[in-house]
Design a binder for this molecule. Sequence first.
Ligand SMILES: CC(=O)N[C@H]1[C@@H](OP(=O)(O)OP(=O)(O)OC[C@H]2O[C@@H](n3ccc(=O)[nH]c3=O)[C@H](O)[C@@H]2O)O[C@H](CO)[C@@H](O)[C@@H]1O
Ligand SMILES: C=C(OP(=O)(O)O)C(=O)O
Length: 427
Amino acid sequence: MDQIIVRGNGPLKGEIPIAGAKNACLTLMPATLLTDQPLTLTNAPRLSDIRTMTELLQSLGAEVASLQEGQVLALSSHDLNNHTADYDIVRKMRASILVLGPMLARDGHAIVSLPGGCAIGARPVDLHLRALEAMGADLDLREGYVHAKAPAGGLKGAVIDFPIVSVGATENALMAATLARGTTVIKNAAREPEIVDLAQCLRRMGAHIEGEGTSTITVEGVKTLGGATHPVVTDRIELGTYMLAPAICGGEVECLGGRIDLVAAFCEKLDEAGIDVTETDRGLKVARKNGRVRAVDVVTEPFPGFPTDLQAQMMALLCTAEGTSVLEEKIFENRFMHAPELIRMGARIEVQGGHATVHGISKLRGAPVMATDLRASVSLILAGLAAEGETVVSRVYHLDRGYEKVVRKLRGVGADIERIKGASSDE
Ligand SMILES: CC(=O)N[C@H]1[C@@H](OP(=O)(O)OP(=O)(O)OC[C@H]2O[C@@H](n3ccc(=O)[nH]c3=O)[C@H](O)[C@@H]2O)O[C@H](CO)[C@@H](O)[C@@H]1O
Ligand SMILES: C=C(OP(=O)(O)O)C(=O)O
């Protein structure tokens, strides 16, 4: 298994290009199942999760071609010859559940394996299922699979009022509603930029959607959708991650393609902590203000709040801040697995339930550490960049789910980082 070795070597300087969003691409790709016309996604990220979604769509009979070194995905689902999303693929990635709504809406039936929980939490899919039931679907859970059938004549528009905000359930409901008969109103919808991106793509395909980016999305169902070409929105989590590199190490880094509106709540916390963020015509420039980073309290929330997917990386920053910070994780019940690893690097962190208290110290020390999930793994790399000595991060396959060319991007701004043993082809 590959490892990443990081040696803290002072301030960083330069620019880092930010890729298209994994989480947007993972919902845009299944949208191909809604039409027999070609869907082209540009600005796609090159990640193992994208390869898993490719494998899943291909297993259903869709064609997925990766062009321009993976930056362009040409998708087509002219005839689906299989309507079963198999456990062997679905278990690799929770976003696989996003094929359910589109298949059901277009062909009236689908069998999709339940994805199961993952390291960060139990992550049920009850809200996805309830939304489809509200649209008239008949759902049966058997042997770990959801067997779904639409009523005769197809799914029906409905009022779906989510009890809690769910990104995935909003996406599944939104895609299904585009081909349902009549009007669907999704209340308490997720407002993430990835939802807005999905709605924009669906609209390009001919869907009638209003209200994306607000808590109420209204969809007027149409009979068929057509093809489209759509650029994947910038990855706000990759953006936030690389913004933290100069915040932790000092120096100045410009994140190309970055936009404040994608990371506004995060930028507020950076400002409080003493980090300068400037909008340029190419992206966001980040540098530490004078002196040591200051402690800040962080609560994770659905967009536009502080994203749970940046909590681990923010903790890495706060380990060496002046004072005590409290991070409250409100989205996932088990998302502090990076804390024991950061403690191995000398950090002073206490975790109690959904709260982590971080007492800032002046310097972390390199250590062998283990990545436990995607964002945890990159938080350890960030911590390693600022630590004294060498940090060896193992289980970096988690990282490959969500960060392309991480070694190349960080080396480009002067970091001392390398990948060893069977280095992946895209590094
Ligand atoms: C591929 C993708 O886009 N992943 C993102 C998506 O995950 P995902 O779409 O899985 O996250 P959700 O927004 O659905 O989860 C929010 C909360 O709702 C709960 N829940 C969700 C669905 C459901 O049917 N029942 C239920 O109880 C979850 O367990 C969690 O506690 O949004 C998360 C929250 O911003 C991000 O961390 C993930 O990176
Ligand atoms: C939790 C994440 O992804 P997923 O929902 O695919 O597990 C993430 O991107 O941080």
